[in-house]
Design a binder for this molecule. Structure first.
Ligand SMILES: [Zn+2]
Length: 335
């Protein structure tokens, strides 16, 4: 919704031409939208070499630029630890050169539920080794942190210790208020591509987009039920081959849903993100669920669209097979 008072003032003050008026409608002051965030950089998925990573990254970034999205990518620097390290680091530089932001997603993607907090903090600090200097070289700094598995600590003491550390090091937490289980579809897509099964890959991509359309509608409806209005969303995706091949289709879905892609900073200015989150526990909850606990309202999970069973089981089956081309030490990635 646009602010008609704002539009009226602008139009009267300047006697704006129709084109400017249309632009003002398209970009109102307090536009709602969706921030697009990608986890597990430089590349999420299996069966990739630096050359394939370059292909995925170039395709992804070209798609983001074509659709005028200012996205942020969250890095796991463990993925750089391979013989072709400089080529992998160059993928992160490509994100910055394309006008995107980079954030911290820990070095090795540990679970805060299962990892002692001091070990976890050391892992987060280690993720600054390459990313922070890349940003500094461009006069910027690393400002956003995304929790692996969305796990935020099993006790109040752990939460306070870690959030204190984050704050002292200039980080803000990047929440998640929309996601589409892209990582599960991505595994099957990667597998189909690796086997040269073009028709299979196309079918999985189609299923992915059908599911995304449904789940986006669900999140919008549920958020309005919870907050009484539509907030700006923060969408969790992964830097996958599947998403690289799907940016235009995802953009069409967002257009249909009247969700304008905005930056993470802009999304976080929505007052919804000041809702308290007191959740302490083992689960990796998304933020609408956290807020529902604070606001004592339940979310209608029974109406949530399910990922097709064949995708869930196929992903689990493939994840159990070691990836022969993964660099040593790479932890299979998840949300
Ligand atoms: Zn992740």
């Amino acid at each position: 919704m646009f602010d008609s008072r704002f539009l009226g003032v602008r139009a009267r003050a300047a006697g704006l031409a129709l084109a400017s008026l249309v632009a003002a409608v398209a970009t109102p002051l307090h536009a709602k939208g969706v921030a697009i965030t990608f986890d597990d950089l430089p590349v999420y998925g299996r069966f990739w070499t630096a050359a394939e990573g370059r292909q995925v990254t170039d395709q992804l970034l070209a798609g983001l630029k074509r659709n005028h999205w200012k996205a942020i990518g969250f890095v796991n620097e463990i993925q750089l630890d391979a013989a072709d390290r400089p080529a992998r680091i160059a993928l992160l530089e490509a994100w910055l050169d394309a006008g995107m932001d980079l954030g911290n997603h820990t070095y090795s993607h540990p679970s805060l539920t299962k990892t002692p907090v001091e070990t976890y903090i050391a892992d987060v600090a280690r993720d600054e080794t390459v990313t922070a200097p890349l940003l500094a070289a461009r006069g910027r700094r690393e400002r956003w942190f995304r929790y692996p598995f969305l796990e935020t600590g099993t006790t109040q003491a752990v939460r306070m210790r870690f959030e204190g550390w984050l704050g002292a090091h200039g980080y803000r937490v990047a929440p998640v208020t929309m996601e589409n289980s892209d990582w599960q579809f991505a595994t099957l897509y990667d597998d189909a591509v690796a086997r040269g099964d073009t028709a299979g890959a196309a079918r999985i991509r189609q299923e992915y987009l059908v599911f995304t359309r449904k789940i986006v509608a669900w999140y919008k409806q549920v958020a309005i039920g919870l907050l009484g209005r539509e907030p700006s969303f923060v969408f969790l995706l992964h830097a996958s081959r599947l998403n690289a091949a799907s940016i235009d289709a995802l953009a069409a879905i967002f257009r249909e849903a009247k969700l304008r892609p905005i930056t993470l900073d802009a999304a976080m200015r929505d007052p919804a993100y000041r809702t308290a989150d007191h959740y302490v526990g083992a689960d990796g909850n998304e933020w609408l669920e956290r807020w529902s606990q604070t606001l004592h309202k339940r979310l209608p999970f029974e109406t949530m669209p399910s990922v097709p069973k064949a995708v869930v089981t196929g992903d689990a089956r493939l994840e159990a097979i070691p990836d022969p081309r993964a660099p040593t030490g790479v932890v299979p990635a998840h949300p």
